[in-house]
Design a protein around this ligand. Sequence first.
Ligand code: SF4
Length: 398
Amino acid sequence: MRGYVRVFVMTRQGIYIQVPFCQTKCTYCNFHTGVVSAGRFAPYAEAVCREIRGHRELYRAAGVELPERFEKAVVDTVYFGGGTPSLLEPELLQRMMEAIRGTFAAELSEVTLEADPETVEAEKAEAWVRAGINRVSFGLQSFSDKELAAAGRMHRRADIYRAVPILREAGIGNISFDLIAGLAFQTKESWRESLEGLGKLGPEHVSVYLLEVDEGSRLGKELLAGGARYSAGAVPGDDLMADFYEMACEFLEAAGYHHYEISNWAKPGFESKHNLKYWRREAYLGFGAGAHSFSGTQRWANAHDAAEYVGAIQAGRLPAEQVEGVTRESALEEELFLGLRQLDGIDVGRIEREYGVALGMRFRPLESAGLVMRDGDVVRLAPARLSVSNEVFVELMR
Ligand code: SF4
């Protein structure tokens, strides 16, 4: 399939590194992550380094053609996600950073490590900073021990209060907290306590996710089957989840955070540079098992299974699974879907010019239903409808 080439001059590029290992499996987790022995970490990191260094040849053999402008691209953001990348020995993170610096033109302004609070120690945090990590994204999820225990998390509230000062002491000036609305046993009171706990620690960035109920997690399966395992009976309903989201919007706005994406808030200047690339359809290369990449003309993903990934890379082959050209239609759908996730909205005029389409009719029913607002050329989700954004996306993609 011929790829659709969006006309833009790309000079900046992000790199995502997937570390698919965890200490335990959280009940709500629908990611492809595994609990493995620490002995598997080093060979995995080595495979990622090989993929980074040899990516051009590996891509070519797998049918991925990097556009020419990649030659001149500068890597400015790196994101270690997972899984729990903070489980790795810092030396392994350091090696992957060296592979990036040795392979790409790098002017790194944001290097994020996803971390779980119980994995943070002073020595490790100092080594992270030496490796170039300057942002830590914390999977806190809640400040309630009861909710954390029911979700199968390893950390407790005390670990959060212990870990944050360690990071600050080590020199991490950009910390993000993740909270989940919809955990078992969550009430309006406990949710407020989590928001207040967050407020006391003052991270620069906050992500609030709504619990996803699908077949991909043990809890999701149980909920769909109407069972009671994994505290499924204590999971709040949709209306309460929407209330939690509204409470977060109010609390975070009052605390000086700028709501810039449906699930993300930042203090001024601390919006995630890396994640903005996803929402703005800018290029990023993903390395590691299950990592996704987008070149502007193609999207692809590596095999999810870590052992299969390591074996393939050792054999000199990229285990790319879904190499797809980006068609004009799919690019337009992404523009709308990803654009509406951002609170600045979509510049309809630009999209109409770029894609040669008229979008007025597409938005009119949503406007009439009060789901989106139009202000000149800009269309954005109506503030009161943010918590039902999925409904808007379904309508828009019809
Ligand atoms: S720590 Fe994150 S990736 Fe790992 S099992 Fe829990 S939710 Fe999944």
